[in-house]
Design a protein around this ligand. Structure first.
Ligand SMILES: [Zn+2]
Length: 438
């Protein structure tokens, strides 16, 4: 007998052949998917479980994978507006320095990760100052997290030096590497804030422990100009020169690239995270998604933090990714909804080195899945579920979220903790957050 049966579901598997099972049933046992069948078949009739959940005809699909976030920055949402990245970061860092402690980072991480989870993201890759607090928040909410030690050469939060960051990156691995819900990484901020030598040290820590290496790259033209002035190179050539590209590297943004840089990313099998809302709102530009896709780069999707894009909505990010690629290239088939849905699911799993366990609904994979309401006016009639998910559905349609078979969002409510209590604590903190920039 299985633990859970999800019945009466329109199953969008996100597997390699984009399979859809109409009127399907999925079984889960010990946190893994054990069966996917069409209702009425003898295999489906033989399934039984301790708990039966009716999907009421709604879409059952894998949880989304948000590949770039700074969850705790939700504390500062709306505080710094209408500035380009470089000036904007200067203001953000003043506010972060005044407010962030491990305790406030936990509060902000809960806010940001709860928004992710309620929106249907079951795994988030997060870069932040106190990654142990990010992990604690993710575990309290019952979701999966990829994070780890940050590196930053300028005076950072908590007065930490490069030596401290090295210790913390190694220590993070020791503490969390055996935890199934944590995918450890090393996350230096960027090549304009971390020297080549320190980036290389961060990469060697990542390589030594088999961790991911994640950094911001080629986000703005100003960043390209800065790296050119300092190192007489473009950002991606600079990363390539220092052996920082590769299958375990995850680069956030990649908005400003030339053809050679795209081919370096493709040859090295480097993973890219597109963050369209953040890039639009900061006036950074529009990533050359079609060219990167044609070069067969593994493209994934992220929201960035809530201070740049102002929400952590992967549905908006999917819609923008697809719409912008079509609009900018003036080609209605520049990118398909199927390709974009895969970017938000299985491609993210691939970038995390977890395509065997995450990113699609397939037997043997972790039972990380969501239910999306299609019994509403904007979903009827529904001829093409995948197009609907990318262009018609939104985060308010996500009703239920399961991670490793655990029901962590029930009917749009977080199950694991008292979110109202966290909201109240953040309300108390709000005046000092506002005052930090006055
Ligand atoms: Zn970022």
């Amino acid at each position: 007998m299985d633990d859970i049966l999800i019945k009466d579901a329109l199953i969008v598997t996100c597997d390699g052949s984009h399979s859809i099972i109409e009127n399907g049933v999925m079984a889960v046992s010990q946190g893994k998917i054990t069966a996917l069948e069409q209702t009425g078949t003898s295999a489906a009739e033989n399934l039984s479980a301790k708990k039966i959940v009716s999907a009421n005809g709604n879409i059952l699909m894998p949880g989304l994978i948000n590949m770039h976030c700074h969850a705790a920055d939700s504390l500062f949402r709306g505080l710094v507006e209408n500035l380009p990245l470089e000036e904007w970061l200067g203001r953000v860092w003043i506010a972060e320095k005044a407010i962030l402690t491990p305790e406030t980072t936990y509060l902000g991480s809960i806010l940001g990760l709860a928004e992710n989870l309620l929106s249907g993201s079951t795994t988030v890759m997060d870069m932040f100052w106190y990654p142990d607090q990010t992990v604690k928040a993710a575990k309290d909410l019952g979701m999966r997290i990829s994070t780890g030690g940050i590196f930053f050469d300028l005076p950072g939060i908590g007065g930490r030096s490069h030596k401290d960051f090295i210790f913390e990156a190694n220590n993070f691995y020791q503490k969390h590497s055996s935890d199934d819900s944590v995918i450890p990484a090393v996350l230096p901020h960027g090549s304009y804030t971390v020297s080549p030598q320190n980036l290389s040290e961060a990469k060697s820590i990542a390589d030594r422990h088999g961790m991911l290496f994640c950094t911001h790259a080629a986000e703005t033209q100003a960043e390209q100009n800065d790296i050119k002035a300092r190192y007489d190179n473009s950002v991606i050539r600079h990363l390539d020169k220092h052996k920082l590209l590769g299958e375990t590297s995850v680069l956030a943004h990649c908005v400003h690239l030339d053809e050679k840089e795209i081919s370096l990313l493709a040859q090295s099998k480097t993973n890219i995270v597109l963050n369209p809302m953040s890039n639009l709102k900061l006036g950074s530009g529009i990533a050359p998604v079609k060219a990167m896709h044609r070069a067969e780069i593994n493209l994934t999707i992220g929201t960035d933090g809530a201070i740049s894009g102002n929400d952590l909505d992967m549905w908006l990010a999917m819609r923008l990714t697809c719409g912008l690629a079509k609009g900018v290239n003036m080609e209605a088939d520049a990118l398909t909804a199927e390709q974009v849905l895969h970017m938000a699911t299985i491609n993210g799993a691939k970038a995390l080195g977890k395509s065997n366990t995450l990113g699609s609904l397939e037997i043997g994979k972790n039972a990380d899945f969501i239910l999306v309401d299609i019994n509403n006016s904007h979903s009827i009639p529904l001829f093409d579920p995948i197009t609907h998910l990318v262009f018609g559905a939104g985060r308010s349609d996500v009703t239920d979220v399961f991670v490793s078979g655990k029901h962590v969002v029930k009917n749009k409510k977080i199950s694991g903790l008292d979110i109202e209590k966290i909201h109240e604590e953040v309300r108390q903190l709000a005046p000092s957050i506002k005052a930090s920039l006055e």
